[in-house]
Ligand binder design. Structure first.
Ligand code: ZN
Length: 688
């Protein structure tokens, strides 16, 4: 399972920004030469670090930092290095999984870009490179989010011209794949009328197979057990010459074998420098699984992996998520290498150690307080490298394994802290200045916003979700609060964080230097809950997502309750609306009141009160404000989707070739990184 930053994923932004010609009417070469090349936007911070290196089409390219790498020993650095190399070694696999012609097309374009000697300043050439970059971003010719085929903006004639000049040849079928809007035009099709298997371009099933044939096949091989393997996870289903259905399994001597052997070689090296025996055991099982393709070994590996909880380094590697298979059997190749976020872990330990103090000092009714509260452990990691399905577009959190019976033994849930920070840094300045009431606010958020977000996330997870108890005889929130349970639970955890971040105790515990951090958090929260987040909602629609509902619920509730004291004033200036907090302490008192009420609703299972809160404050959108937010954010031209350039880990060696140190560098050019990967981590034939 993975969590995504849903906010950039709104299609209507695409519609607004899309000024490219419609498919089927490609511009002629002469016209495109005159067309202006779109502006690329970069975002840097005060230290000169470039968080967003470029924008093109509907995409923004970001970078993330890995400060925790420097805190590792040499052996740990080697471990991280080998794991990231292993991840990159399998990179070609995701292209082929996504579509059978992806590798042919990608390599053709890479050759064209590498060797073309003609005019590179024309709009047509810009469009050609942009097409290549979009393919690198999506690991194929279908859009990573909408799943629709991305059609080029250049003409077929221009494409042929560059192909000829660089000795690139494509078959008619591949040309159709690139230019014909109706050919293999959906990566994952969930519209049953077109056939889930036949309507999808992903390369998990031979094109002549139907959904029924596939399902019948898996039904026929299933063994009755309460510990089932994940049937079909690592194979392509085809029809043999005898017409019988069979699987081409992905293992070292099967399909994708040439890339899998490279992955295994790096994993061997990693196993040699693992932090402890449990990690090494898990890695050896993973290698064994890649060698044989045996799904029982995959399960044994997953059990060993969830049990390997010690150490500062962890990773995901394998055929993992099944979102790209309309039938949910096939795992997409991915790799994420993670280093413990030492700072966040320390903060959370301090909070967990003080969990009882927080419970005792809460505004909730005494009978709802736990006598003995235990902080919930929560893991934040720094990503050191991503590959396959996790890159360049990345999740922000991952919860694995997916197999239910193994999850009962254990599971790992991580939040990708440095990725979330990079999103903040890159989207910050434009939206922040546009919606902040005054300069003081902007400066405070720039200075303290990052820490404020981290601390409130930690408070939300460690203290918020752990706090409070149900009255005797009351059912679980799922039973009592039904469809409102998750919004109300998130609101309750959020408001615990809001209430406590303004507490002197936070300063006394050494978590922050002054309450300015809390003020920054309050300003940011209210601006988001009252306005900013509405940019993710289509005009005329209501709020559906539970985190968005809870943020508006809290913001609107305190705005309304504080009206008589003008705690938050609504300001209109030059036709623009702002929400300005006039009294931070009174606002905190209001948060405390709402906290008490939210806990009462949960403890008593008061469905009607919970429903009223969500429906009255969380769901409905103020149409005028909504329109205004959309207009104001549209003017900022923020890219709807974002993905990342990986840092590069560069080993330094002595005369004997022994690694003496590993340095992190931060490449700043997406195209160069993709061309580098193509040269150094490409092990599959065009067709598999
Ligand atoms: Zn939560």
């Amino acid at each position: 399972m993975r969590l995504f930053l849903a906010l950039f994923a709104m299609l209507f932004f695409l519609a607004c920004e899309n000024s490219t010609p419609k498919p089927g009417t490609p511009p002629t070469t002469t016209e495109t030469k005159e067309a202006k090349i779109p502006e690329s936007k970069t975002v840097s911070d005060e230290n000169g670090f470039v968080w967003q290196t470029e924008t093109f089409a509907d995409l923004g390219i970001l970078r993330y930092q890995v400060p925790d790498f420097e805190k590792l020993t040499l052996k740990q650095k080697e471990y991280v290095y080998y794991l990231t190399q292993a991840g990159l070694a399998g990179r070609d696999i995701i292209y082929d999984q996504n579509y059978r012609h992806n590798l042919t097309i990608r390599r053709g374009l890479e050759k064209m870009i590498e060797n073309y000697k003609g005019d590179k300043s024309s709009r047509a050439y810009y469009d050609l490179e942009t097409y290549a970059k979009r393919i690198w971003f999506a690991n194929g010719i279908h859009h990573h989010y909408s799943m629709d085929k991305m059609l080029p903006d250049f003409s077929k004639e221009y494409f042929m011209e560059v192909a000829k000049a660089t000795s690139v040849n494509f078959s008619d079928e591949v040309m159709n794949a690139i230019f014909d809007p109706n050919y293999d035009n959906k990566k994952v099709n969930l519209d049953e009328s077109k056939g889930l298997v036949k309507g999808s371009a992903t390369n998990f099933y031979a094109p002549d197979l139907s959904e029924k044939e596939v399902r019948d096949y898996y039904e026929s091989i299933k063994v009755k057990t309460d510990k089932p393997v994940w049937y079909g996870l690592n194979s392509k289903v085809v029809k043999g010459d005898d017409g019988k259905i069979m699987e081409k399994v992905w293992h070292s001597n099967g399909m994708y074998g040439s890339a899998i052997k490279e992955i295994m070689a790096w994993l061997e090296k990693a196993a040699g420098v693992a932090e402890n025996e449990k990690q090494a055991k898990a890695l050896r099982l993973l290698i064994d699984y890649y060698k044989t393709g045996d799904l029982k070994t995959w399960d044994a590996y997953n059990i060993a992996w969830v049990e390997a909880t010690d150490g500062d380094i962890d990773y995901i590697n394998g055929f993992i998520e099944v979102y790209n298979d309309p039938l949910g059997y096939k795992g997409s190749y991915e790799s994420i290498v993670e280093i413990k976020d030492f700072e966040a872990s320390k903060q959370m330990k301090v909070m967990a150690d003080n969990a009882q103090w927080f419970e005792d000092n809460s505004t909730i009714a005494d009978e709802h307080k736990k006598k003995k509260v235990v902080g919930i452990s929560y893991k934040v990691v720094s990503v050191a490298g991503e590959s396959g399905d996790a890159a360049p577009a990345t999740p922000i959190g991952v919860n694995l394994p997916n197999s239910d019976w193994i999850r009962e033994i254990g599971s790992k849930s991580v939040s990708l802290g440095n990725i979330i920070s990079a999103y903040d840094e890159a989207s910050g300045p434009g939206m922040l200045s546009e919606f902040a009431h005054d300069k003081e606010e902007v400066e405070r958020i720039k200075k303290h916003g990052g820490l404020g977000d981290k601390l409130s996330t930690a408070l939300h997870e460690v203290i918020g979700h752990a706090s409070g108890k149900l009255n005797p005889g009351i059912g679980t929130p799922k039973e009592t609060l039904k469809s409102y349970a998750s919004t109300l639970e998130e609101a309750r955890a959020d408001i615990v964080a809001l209430y406590y971040i303004m507490d002197q105790k936070m300063v006394d515990m050494g978590l922050m230097e002054s309450l300015d951090v809390a003020k920054a958090e309050y300003d940011g929260y209210i601006a988001n809950g009252m306005m900013k987040q509405l940019r993710r909602i289509e005009l005329g629609k209501v709020i559906e997502e539970s985190h968005m509902r809870n943020r508006q619920l809290i913001s609107k509730w305190v705005f309304e309750k504080g009206k008589k004291d003008n705690v938050i004033e609504k300001v209109t200036r030059d036709g623009k609306t702002y929400f300005n907090i006039t009294d931070y302490n009174k606002l905190r008192t209001l948060f405390g009141e709402l906290l008490k009420e939210l806990q009462r609703i949960k403890s008593e299972g008061d469905y009607e009160a919970g429903k009223a809160l969500v429906e009255n404050y969380g769901v409905q959108v103020d149409a005028a404000i909504h329109k205004e937010v959309l207009d104001r954010s549209e003017k900022l031209k923020l890219p709807p989707y974002k993905g990342f350039i990986n840092p590069r880990l560069v080993p330094e060696t002595d005369a004997d070739g022994k690694i003496t140190n590993i340095k992190v560098t931060y490449p700043d050019n997406f195209k160069e990184q993709m061309m580098y990967y193509a040269k150094n981590f490409s092990f599959l034939p065009n067709e598999n």
